[in-house]
Design a protein. Structure first.
Length: 91
């Protein structure tokens, strides 16, 4: 990317990112190896943009052991560590 800022499109309705963002959390870890019966719907094909920000519809539980969802991303820089107002933890 060479220092360019890339604006990402809003997650499509019904995608995994859409569902995770609706939780209202800044950070979410989903352990695909230890899902409860209530989260069995994750074993079916669902759209997500985990690879190069392009939507792919697949059973992600067969691709990854888990995922970390970050609601707001920002570019890494030498200084400052994060832009003003960035949320770096949840309490």
């Amino acid at each position: 990317m060479g220092g360019q800022i890339v604006r990402l499109k809003t997650s499509e309705d019904g995608s995994l990112e859409d569902w995770l963002s609706r939780l209202g959390r800044q950070f979410v870890f989903v352990d695909f190896r230890n899902l409860s019966e209530a989260t069995g719907w994750l074993h079916q094909p669902i759209s997500a943009r985990f690879l190069q920000y392009e939507p792919i519809k697949t059973d992600w539980t067969r691709q990854f052991d888990g995922v970390v969802f970050t609601h707001t991303m920002f570019p890494s820089t030498k200084r400052p560590m994060a832009p003003d107002g960035a949320v770096l933890s949840e309490r």
